[in-house]
Design a protein around this ligand. Sequence first.
Ligand code: PRX
Length: 648
Amino acid sequence: MSQNISSVLVENRVFKPSKDFAKRARISSMEQYRKMWKESIAKPDRFWAREAADLVWQKKWTKVLDWKLPFAKWFVGGKLNVSENCLDRHLGTARQNKAAIIWEGEPGEKRVLTYQQLHREVCKFANVLKRNGAKKGDRVIIYMPMIPEAAVAMLACARVGAVHSVVFGGFSADSIKDRIEDCGASLVVTADGGYRRGSIVPLKKNVDDALKAGGKNIKKVIVFKRAGNDIHIEEGRDVWWHREMEYVDAKCPPTALDSEHPLFILYTSGSTGKPKGILHTTAGYLIQCYTTCKYVFDLRDEDVYWCTADIGWVTGHSYIVYGPLSMGATAFMYEGAPNWPENDRFWRLIDEYKVTVFYTAPTAIRAFIRWGDEWVTKHDLSSLRLLGTVGEPINPEAWMWYHKLIGGGRCPIVDTWWQTETGGHMITPFPGATPTKPGTATLPFFGVDAAIVDDDGKEVPMNVGGKLVIRKPWPGMLRSIYGDKARYKQTYWSEVKGSYFAGDGARRDKDGYFWIVGRIDDVLNVAGHRIGTAELESVLVSHPAVAEAAVVGRPDELKGQAIVCFVTVKNGQQAHPELREELRKYVRHVIGPVATPDDIRFAEALPKTRSGKIMRRLLKQVASGQVVTGDTTTLEDLGVLAKLANDD
Ligand code: PRX
């Protein structure tokens, strides 16, 4: 039976790690956590040098940190290769023939790649990249389904020093084109199609459309045959992955790259109409991924670790590929939807593969609750030892359900707060040490100096809400917005002097725990995905029938936030239901299915202040059906509001 998840549960219980868990954990007490955290803040050089010594360096660094606010360089003078750290260093050890990736396709195919096999695939594909003109520093777009080859392509880029930019398969042709053009990519790696809920997503077709619309810099498209759907092959430009792999040999030494060599660019929404290319570099990013997998997931050789994110998001980068593989762990990877062919696919997989560590998003947990407990209880989930969440605040009901039904009451839950920009976990429990409370990401990770401040940058008292900031550089931090240092400075380092402003609001409780409230900028968090309202608005107003648009979020039981668009039409245009459907399709077409509006409301005018600013606070209240409260004296036309509220 499905449960009612709309009730507001107040959960005051504190959940302490069990003695058994703590006994084996790398961080096994709060004293140990506090001591290490203090050292990481007071003596970051010493702390991070010790962690960095776990990795393989082709040349040792000369200085741990060079910080010229807001620009950081970590492990200055060092040289290393990320793919060597994820692969080569496990060869010749007991891990050589251990599963690196265990994969299941949505239709049910199964594959296992050992470290040895993955290494071979990556070396060969690195040679394919070179054969097709990719050189150190060149940008490569990866637009792939959730198959091992997505990881192979990323690691192969890292091996030759090419910079990957993975585009999530739920983004459209236009979004691919924009990203190609913004980063100046010369190569695309894609597949004919991928499976999602029983259908084939036409990935190659989307790439073709992107390249028809622009992206003239693209010289080659490498296509992996996954779904067998019919595709167009452009002679001279498009080549098949499997053919290319026949021409190359399996030797490809890892290129020695500077610590600050760019590893990837990942686009994410901000508060302007244009997604930002978040730039991550080599050494610091890898250390953030490695140390968080080591201390937060506390990964062990015998673990089967499953992160359900898509490789197109940062979670997939850090916690499917770079973190687990640098630890020599076994990562499980699944291609498709959680409710295909039935609602218990995930539990079936955990049972079959004996998954031990499971990392997913609150929005998914809320869907599982709605589908009903019986899908869970018919499977044996006793292999699980640790659970994690990421992407949005978790409501206590979902936390408790996750704890009881999935974790059997015995698995600690790590609620990990972080962002595309931070590279890895920033605020998180340590599963063998931190007492957890449902709904809080608890305390900062090593090296993270987090605080909550008011508009003047002053730290706020206990339980008072404010802006979440980070006051010191950390290894996995973004280095810039690709090609736009001024925007990097402006976006992240100008709101609160001397600090990184994350865009989130939060408060701290009496134990110093951080309770993240959510975005306080104009960015929505829809099912754990970031969508900028300005981006949606600029798409809507580019439609010929639309005069003005304002987009706000509405609380949503399942997705966290739903997208509500207020639209005024141009003179002579009719606001009819077909136009509503057309606009919904139009947004899907331009940005992709992830950004599909939930609600489009036509209005005669949008409520504005006398200076012409759209009053979003009011629109949010209208969208969520609340009575509008607060100061409306500056409203240009109060009648506008009444009309908006009455719209269906
Ligand atoms: O608002 C916060 C929310 O997700 C945002 C970052 O989104 P993105 O860059 O797409 O990365 C998602 C995966 C790391 C944050 O600004 N967020 C992420 N994790 C949490 C969270 N909010 C509350 N609790 C979390 N654990």
